[in-house]
Design a binder for this molecule. Structure first.
Ligand code: LLP
Length: 386
């Protein structure tokens, strides 16, 4: 079932706004659950960076998933949404002291530590509170992902994680500290990955590293493979549920686990992208000698992915069934990058028509900014509009 738009209920809502179809969200969560239930040692932590809207978070929390946070603000937001602290993993290459303190005070499940200086600070802060913090090390596996350069993270040139060859030394250091407890390894190779071969390459790297550590008599409990599964931006209506079956099958098949190990996944985009859309109003239709522009009231302040990553979100006209015409869909901001898409086919657009930019549930609302003093877009669900 594709995302549904109750257009008649949109009449009184100020545009642009985000609209979330919780039926699609629930179907997506069910699809994930179906796969992970096949294993009693698989745990999913929703990567809240993709979308921290409270209404969306509450639906995800109903399913019982854990959470992946990358800031103190995210920790506060997910606690507000009702997620239990003991299912929070906390990653990030630059954690501030107050963020570390918050994680320790709340007894979160695990800190994903990205450097030795961070480990030392974590140990100190935990000691000052008389606590022991659980630690996984984020490893830079040097695996390239077939995705946009701005969202690949697992290469040696990226700032993330600790090099594979330094792992043993860093683990020994952690084991010598009193207020951290080393439990496992954390990986993440990038985002919007559709080629399962990339995840297979990661599984092989993890196996190699585990062999190496085992030979040094180091044992791990937690294997966190990160997130990264992509979605179909070209045909979201025909293909709204990502390929979770193949994704989890990769790890079933290729990851060699030791008894008692748990596998943790940090899915963001795949969970929420397809349930959300940015709804915007056509302000003007302007024609020149070579182009027809649909000028809309949303700008890159509301959805920055096209301007930042050359991303294409499918755009549909919710108010017209007339024959399609070719448009550039552009926003009102005085920057030439404020373009959502060029030369796309759209049912004939008129002033006042509502357009929906699909697959915008992930990295949409959460990346909005107030540039030009534009108000932040609000998010609504089908449930509250009914
Ligand atoms: N875990 C870690 C450590 C991450 O850095 C990320 C995303 C995730 C999990 C979740 O990845 P996902 O399952 O969503 O692919 N703003 C960009 C995406 C940035 C992703 C950053 N890290 C975009 O709009 O495409």
């Amino acid at each position: 079932m594709a995302i549904q738009f109750p257009v008649e209920r949109f009449a009184d809502i100020r545009t642009p706004f985000y609209y979330y179809d919780t039926d699609i969200l629930r179907q997506t969560l069910d699809a994930i659950n179906t796969e992970i239930k096949k294993h009693d040692n698989y745990f999913v932590h929703y990567a809240v960076k993709a979308n921290a809207n409270l209404k969306v978070l509450k639906v995800i929390n109903e399913v019982g998933f854990g959470i992946d946070c990358v800031s103190g603000g995210e920790i506060e937001q997910v606690l507000k949404a009702g997620f239990p602290a003991n299912k929070i993993v906390f990653a990030g290459v630059g954690k501030s002291d107050w963020e570390i303190e918050l994680g320790i005070d709340k007894d979160i499940f695990c800190f994903n530590v990205e450097s030795i200086p961070e480990l030392e600070v974590l140990n100190e802060i935990a000691a000052s509170k008389g606590k022991v913090a659980t630690v996984c090390f984020r490893i830079n596996p040097n695996v390239g992902a077939h995705t946009h350069a701005n969202i690949t993270t697992g290469l040696a040139e990226n700032k993330f994680g600790i090099d594979m060859q330094d792992m043993e030394k860093v683990i020994r250091l952690a084991q010598s500290m009193k207020n951290v407890q080393f439990k496992g390894l954390h990986f993440h190779i990038g985002s919007q990955i559709l080629e399962m071969d990339d995840f297979i390459a990661l599984a092989h790297r993890i196996n190699d590293l585990q062999d190496q550590l085992e030979a040094a008599d180091i044992h791990i409990e937690i294997v966190n493979v990160g997130g990264g599964l992509g979605v179909d931006y070209k045909n979201p209506q025909g293909n709204p549920i990502p390929n979770f079956k193949d994704y989890f099958a990769v790890y079933d098949k290729y990851l060699k686990l030791r008894p008692g190990q748990t596998v943790h996944f940090e899915l963001g985009r795949a969970m929420v992208a397809q349930c959300g859309a940015l709804v915007t109003k056509v302000l003007y239709v302007k024609e020149n000698a070579i182009k027809k522009f649909a000028i809309v009231d949303a700008g890159f302040t509301d959805l920055i992915r096209p301007a930042l990553y050359d991303a294409h979100h499918r755009i549909i006209n919710l108010c017209s069934n007339e024959a399609e015409e070719t448009y550039d869909v552009v926003g009102p901001i005085c920057e030439s990058s404020d373009v959502f898409d060029k030369d796309i086919r759209l049912s004939k657009a008129h002033r006042g028509d509502l357009l929906a930019m699909l697959s915008a549930g992930a990295y949409g609302e959460i990346m909005a900014s107030g540039y030009n003093c534009r108000p932040l877009p609000k998010g609504y669900t089908n449930e509250e509009l009914n």
